[in-house]
Design a protein around this ligand. Structure first.
Ligand SMILES: NC(=O)c1ccc[n+]([C@@H]2O[C@H](COP(=O)([O-])OP(=O)(O)OC[C@H]3O[C@@H](n4cnc5c(N)ncnc54)[C@H](OP(=O)(O)O)[C@@H]3O)[C@@H](O)[C@H]2O)c1
Length: 279
């Protein structure tokens, strides 16, 4: 087994959703392990701040590339990949992490909102992966990562679109792992439970507007830096699926596997409305 410095030193790691939450925490931890990092998300100014934080952790200027990217603008992906290759000449890991959640009941959710969730959480990840995979095949090495969710295994209210999207990417990347089994390209799915980030604040309401509120579940979730460290530990152990979750979500996963009908009743009883702690 490698240690994290040996595993990631000088590796080129492209992280989407790097402006906040899990993506930012992964970037900051990867830099400590000597990785060279591409930071992608929509907000350039915030990415520049993440870059500054990376430099403060000892990264060299040239080792951090800020590359703004909107997962909805998939026609711009080929140029983005070219820019990465011109800068670094290789991509060792693509960490598909950008994502948005949802807080609305099905009856009040516009089809356009469902389509946005799928474009960002599913098609954006597939489209970028399809651009990067041929490079990894040519390199005869690489690591594809997708941040799915416990919502990719369990359906919960107010997130019909989000759960559908996370189930979809889980299926896509599990199938891709099987296709790549006889190559040296690895595929890892990340399955977080509740992690303390801006996810619910940035979630979409039925009409596509911002939910703007932190759920109590998210507010009481796992610290995002601990989450990043657990993910990196999982990489070192060579895990194909890395679950980062509290006891409640882990119990729910077990129930889904062995006693799904009990889980469906439990979820129906405990969840009545999206709980908020602050606006
Ligand atoms: N927090 C949790 O409890 C939890 C649980 C399970 C799974 N996850 C998953 O973890 C991933 C990261 O979420 P997070 O919790 O860290 O939430 P977050 O703090 O809201 O971060 C989401 C990231 O995605 C980026 N993003 C959103 N829409 C985008 C778009 N159209 N194009 C490009 N980037 C976009 C955001 O950057 P910009 O706004 O700058 O574009 C931000 O960097 C997501 O896939 C989420 O579904 C989170």
């Amino acid at each position: 087994m490698f240690n994290s410095k040996v595993m990631f030193n000088n590796k080129v790691i492209w992280i989407t959703g790097a402006s906040s939450g899990i993506g930012k925490a992964i970037a900051l931890n990867m830099v400590l392990n000597g990785a060279r990092v591409i930071l992608s998300a929509r907000r350039k100014k915030v990415l520049e701040d993440v870059k500054k934080a990376c430099l403060q952790r000892g990264a060299e200027e040239d080792d951090i590339l800020v590359l703004p990217l909107d997962m909805l603008e998939q026609d711009k992906f080929p140029a983005a990949v070219k820019q990465v290759m011109n800068h670094f000449g290789a991509i060792d890991m693509l960490f598909n992490n950008a994502g948005i959640s949802q807080r609305s009941v099905c009856l009040e959710t516009d089809m356009s909102t469902y389509r946005t969730l799928f474009e960002v959480d599913v098609f954006g990840q597939i489209a970028l992966t399809k651009q990067v995979l041929p490079i990894m095949v040519k390199q005869a090495s690489g690591h594809l990562v997708i941040t799915s969710s416990i919502a990719g295994k369990i359906g919960v209210p107010f997130r019909t679109g989000y759960c559908a999207a996370k189930h979809a990417v889980m299926g896509f990347f599990d199938a891709l792992r099987a296709e790549l089994a006889n190559t040296s390209i690895k595929v890892t799915t990340i399955t977080p439970g509740f992690i303390r980030t801006s996810l619910s604040e940035n979630a979409l309401k039925g009409d596509g507007s911002n939910f703007g509120v932190t759920d109590s579940d998210i507010a009481n979730g796992i610290d995002v830096d601990d989450c990043a460290k657990q993910i990196i530990k999982g990489f070192i152990k060579g895990k194909k699926e890395i679950v980062v979750a509290g006891r409640r979500e882990l119990s729910a996963l077990r129930l889904k596997r062995f006693f799904p009908n009990i889980l469906f009743s439990v979820i129906a009883k405990i969840v009545t409305k999206p709980a908020a702690t602050k606006s």
